[in-house]
Design a protein. Structure first.
Lengths: 293, 605
């Protein structure tokens, strides 16, 4: 917590991000900032647009409106340039390079931080060897960090599920990011593995990397995050500390639904039926049905 | 995973719970005697006459001196004997069978039966009836049959997990063999010697195949296929692979030296010509392997890049039919050809590599055809006069490199180097360069990026890889390598015509055969496309009587291969694991099997 005393800078600043797919607005003018040394959670019911928002941040989607900037510079909408700038991510459904070894997966993550092109690979000068050795050393260090160093030579597809998740994080860390985006890092994990993942995220934060995490596991989120934003139907509903979010009635409503104000009486049923009948007759004027809460 | 380790350590001990099954219910001792007696009979038979007339190719009439197909039966029978004796536990032969014991014997005896049976059939067919068979053929044939029956009665190397009821299942099971345990490390110089000797034998076998006539080649093919599978099952090839993986530069040198010795062993220039054509084909296939095997881009028009290189070199090399009145030195022609191919690669790649999968295949297929048709039309009447249309560019002069005229015969140390032999050595240099380029680019940041793109393009871009850029590099590199080969091809074949660069043809190289060589040989490997190209060149060249059925058989062979060995003849470790759901074979080495268990496996067998 000593890091808090140093001046916090804004790592990620997304403002007014809107993503429309044809007529469907998946994300509607969402603002979100992540500061250095912070773990921010992004929660919301299924289909709320969390992953779409992630894809907008990382350049997989070009947002219809709004802009995303990283440490003050506006990010280009190309995934590899976003990674180059310093944002790394994992995927909701694990996307490792299944037929590469564990070590090779992490080495691929080093791509943006090494510059050896085809010529140096063909000529194999001392610079190339040094860079390869450095990459290997760094990759092994990361495997050490997540505890997979002993499985460096295994194919990543043969790892158990939890280790694949970890490896995906190591691969993302290999690109030396300033911000790590985790898309449901504990999906499918048992409580012990979830706890280990928590420790891992804290350890990553302690290395000075800001983390933005999507998760459905509320205990995980509220243990972990300094700040939580709630996304519902593409819009940011509320943002604040765990307590604020947990106490917010709208959040509860979004997850559990609102209780009826009284049971639906016969009168209401009749009203609805009448409205439907009228609509079927293709009549233009329907009775006002928008009952604003 | 745990089950696997227990299975591995358990199988040599042959736990009584699962008894090894044999295909035929024979007592093992009797089966072994049958194999020995049968192989010995087959071996002795080869020293007798098999037919009465020399009109069957290879002269099988001499008693006391095996010739032609008899030699192949002889070698097969001798190997069967050797492996059977090794299985008996004869001292000094144990090194032959670190892996399977009885499955290699079965495979070898099947090979002998196949070769002998084929020879008898061919004699009968050629001369009109089985009356033309002399007793020697019958002795060998019946001996081979007895050996196979005996081998079918040998217990299988792996204990049956479940009782196999049908004979076919039992046969398939008894062909399986355990993987060899880790070898004890020998002194470096012995390992290097083993590699060198293996390459020497390999070269000898290949040279034998190149020189063989149709009938002999079929027998050669049967024995080689069964023999190579047998060596694989016996664990010798896996052992060799670990050695070559350990001494890669030695292997590379040994392979180059062995290949360079080939023209010196040839007296007939036509065999050296086959050699140089195989090398051209193999080199282009290896270039295609960068594109297909590493980057995963399906290119169906790859032969066009060979054509671009060949046409460019032909145009600037002083052919009288060339529209350019220039005569570049060879190095300049090579660079021009490669540069032209590179340019075409980029021009074709830049718009199309934004497509994925099938679309790219279709566009490249189209480009291949466009190239050929354009070369046809640039003849002065349908278009500007550049390539002389369908007549092509004839009379491409021979090369002269450093005062060494490749067009004439040379005498070196008493060996005659013919014109094709000269070009063979030149082409070998290019092949070596391409092998190095493949290896070095594959094992680097850019090579990993290619594989990552192949595996999952979205994840790869999310890891900071500029997908378009690295794909374009792969495509352009592949094109350049084909261009290199094309420049030599133009000189070797004197003249080039558009019809040499078809999508599918009975004569390689063409796009379909190139792709087949890569897939059949093994994607992403170095030796795979080389072996695949050699086979795909030799088989059509040697079996010309199959002309009409060639493409049909070719298709059939590809289907069978994809069904039974989808990773190709030479599998890289990755592909092997990808296609066969073995549970955790990639654990580096099974260290818990020291030398003692090998002996146990032999005693139990």
């Amino acid at each position: 917590m000593t890091t808090m005393t140093t001046t916090t800078t804004t790592v990620l600043d997304a403002s007014g991000v809107t993503m429309r797919f044809g007529g469907l607005t998946a994300v509607r003018s969402v603002d979100l900032t992540v500061n250095s040394g912070e773990i921010v959670g992004l929660i919301g019911p299924n289909g709320a647009g969390k992953t779409t928002f992630f894809n907008c941040l990382t350049g997989l989607y070009v947002p219809t409106e709004g802009k995303v900037s990283y440490k003050g510079t506006v990010l280009p909408a190309k995934p590899h340039l976003v990674t180059d700038a310093g944002i790394a991510r994992t995927f909701q459904n694990i996307r490792l390079f299944a037929n590469m070894t564990v070590l090779e997966n992490v080495l691929v993550g080093r791509h943006t931080r090494t510059k050896e092109g085809l010529w140096s690979a063909l000529l194999r000068g001392p610079g190339f060897k040094k860079a390869e050795a450095a990459s290997h050393a760094r990759a092994m260090e990361l495997l050490e960090f997540i505890g997979l160093a002993h499985k460096a030579d295994h194919l990543s597809r043969n790892l158990p599920y939890g280790e694949q998740r970890k490896l995906e994080i190591a691969r993302a860390l290999a690109s030396e990011p300033g911000l790590l985006l985790l898309d449901e890092p504990t999906a499918g994990m048992n409580p012990q593995e979830t706890r280990a993942a928590e420790e891992l995220v804290f350890a990553i934060r302690d290395q000075g990397i800001a983390v933005l995490v999507i998760e459905h596991d509320m205990r995980f989120i509220f243990n972990l995050c300094d700040r939580v934003a709630v996304l519902v139907q593409g819009e940011k509903l509320v943002e604040g500390s765990s307590e604020t979010v947990q106490a917010d009635e709208r959040v509860i409503a979004a997850y559990l639904g609102t209780p009826f104000e009284g049971a639906p009486g016969a009168a209401e049923v009749a009203e609805v039926e009448a409205a439907e009948a009228e609509a079927a007759e293709a009549s233009a004027d329907t009775p006002a049905e928008g009952k604003t809460p | 995973m745990t089950t696997n380790t227990t299975k591995n350590s358990g199988s040599p001990a042959k736990t009584p719970a699962s008894t090894p099954a044999s295909t035929l219910p024979l007592p093992p001792a009797a089966a072994r005697i049958a194999v020995l007696a049968g192989s010995a009979a087959a071996l002795i038979g080869t020293f007798l006459a098999w037919t009465w007339t020399t009109s069957f190719p290879g002269d099988l009439t001499v008693t006391g001196y095996p010739g032609g197909l008899q030699t192949i039966t002889l070698v097969g029978a001798a190997l069967t004997l050797l492996f059977t004796l090794a299985g008996q536990g004869i001292r000094g032969l144990g090194w032959l069978i670190p892996g399977g014991t009885n499955s290699p014997v079965l495979l070898l005896s099947l090979g002998v039966l196949g070769t002998t049976g084929y020879t008898m059939g061919a004699i009968a067919e050629h001369l009109g009836g089985i009356v033309n068979l002399e007793p020697g053929a019958w002795i060998s044939g019946i001996g081979a049959l007895i050996a196979v029956i005996g081998a079918l009665g040998l217990p299988s190397d792996l204990p049956a997990d479940e009782p196999h009821t049908s004979p076919w299942q039992r046969l398939r099971h008894s062909l399986k063999a355990p993987a060899p345990p880790r070898a004890k490390t020998l002194p470096d110089w012995i390992e290097i010697l083993i590699i060198a000797a293996s390459f020497g034998i390999g070269l000898y076998v290949l040279a034998y195949g190149i020189e063989a006539y149709s009938e002999l080649f079929i027998g050669f093919l049967i024995t080689t296929i069964f023999g190579a599978t047998a060596l694989n099952r016996a664990g010798l090839i896996p052992r060799l692979n670990t050695l070559t993986a350990k001494h890669r530069n030695v292997t590379f040198t040994a392979a180059i030296v062995a290949a360079a010795l080939f023209p010196f062993t040839q007296t007939d220039a036509s065999y050296a010509l086959i050699g140089v054509n195989i090398l051209i084909f193999a080199t282009v296939a290896l270039g295609l392997n960068v594109v297909v095997g590493l980057a995963g881009l399906l290119d169906l028009g790859y032969v066009a890049f060979l054509g671009v290189g060949a046409y460019t070199a032909a145009l600037v090399s002083g052919s009288p039919a060339s529209t350019f009145d220039v005569h570049f030195p060879f190095w300049a022609a090579v660079l021009t050809g490669a540069a032209a191919s590179l340019a075409f690669g980029v021009i074709i790649g830049a718009p199309t590599l934004r497509l994925r999968g099938d679309y790219l295949a279709i566009v490249t297929l189209g480009f291949g055809e466009i190239f050929r048709i354009t070369m046809n039309n640039l003849n002065g009447s349908a278009g500007p006069d550049l390539t002389n249309g369908a007549q092509g560019i004839p009379n491409i002069p021979d090369l002269e490199i450093l005062g060494w005229n490749l067009g004439i015969e040379h005498e070196i140390l008493g060996f005659t180097l013919s014109r094709p032999a000269n070009y063979y050595l030149l082409m070998l240099f290019f092949t070596a360069v391409v092998v190095l380029v493949f290896r070095r680019s594959g094992e680097s940041r850019i090579g990993r990026a290619w594989v990552a793109i192949r595996e999952d393009e979205t994840a790869a871009t999310a890891m900071g890889i500029n997908g378009f850029r690295v794909k374009l590099i792969a495509f352009a590199l592949g094109a350049t390598l084909a261009g290199f080969a094309g420049t030599v091809q133009a000189h070797v074949s004197y003249s080039i015509t558009p019809e040499q660069y078809l999508f599918a043809n009975t004569v390689p190289p063409n796009s379909a055969f190139l792709l087949a060589a890569v897939i059949l040989g093994g994607m992403g490997t170095i030796s795979g496309p080389l072996i695949g190209a050699a086979l795909l060149y030799l088989i059509p060249a040697k079996l010309q009587f199959l002309e009409d059925y060639q493409l049909l058989l070719f298709g059939l062979a590809l289907i069978l291969l994809m069904r039974f060995r989808p990773e190709g003849l030479v599998a890289n470790k990755r592909a092997q694991l990808e296609y066969h759901e073995t549970d955790q074979l990639d654990v580096p080495d099974q260290q818990k099997l020291p030398e003692g268990t090998v002996g146990a496996s032999k005693a139990g067998a």
